[in-house]
Write a protein that binds this ligand. Structure first.
Ligand SMILES: [Zn+2]
Length: 113
């Protein structure tokens, strides 16, 4: 299981399906050859890392690991201190800061789950 931090109200754009381009996908699998993606940054963590990150931001980590932040709340967390990174987590934390800054700069809510 994993947890994604994203901006649900961000505009979406149509991009070519990268799996079709690699020949792993196609119309016989119900793919149109295109998919929608957000124009805003998004970041995904394992449940375990999501717990660590939420705790570091002082946010609840109860059972369902989902929630939301207003742009003002996101702004206050852009400089949050996170636990020492291990594995590839530090890159994801940089990406999480991008999501928080995008929320602040565009005044759109961040959600995770
Ligand atoms: Zn495809």
């Amino acid at each position: 299981m994993s947890v994604t931090f994203w901006i649900p109200s961000a505009a979406r754009r149509t991009v070519p399906c990268e799996y079709c381009e690699k020949g792993w996908c196609g119309t016989k699998y119900g793919c149109t050859g295109f998919r929608e993606e957000s124009t805003a940054p998004e970041v995904n963590f394992s449940n375990r890392n999501a717990c660590l990150v939420l705790r570091a931001m002082g946010l609840p980590t109860d059972d369902d690991l989902c929630g939301s932040l207003s742009p003002n709340e996101a702004d206050k967390l852009t400089e949050a201190t996170f636990p020492p990174a291990y594995g590839g987590t530090h890159k994801r934390i940089d990406k999480l800061r991008e999501v928080l800054r995008y929320s602040r700069d565009t005044q759109q809510e961040v959600v995770w789950g």
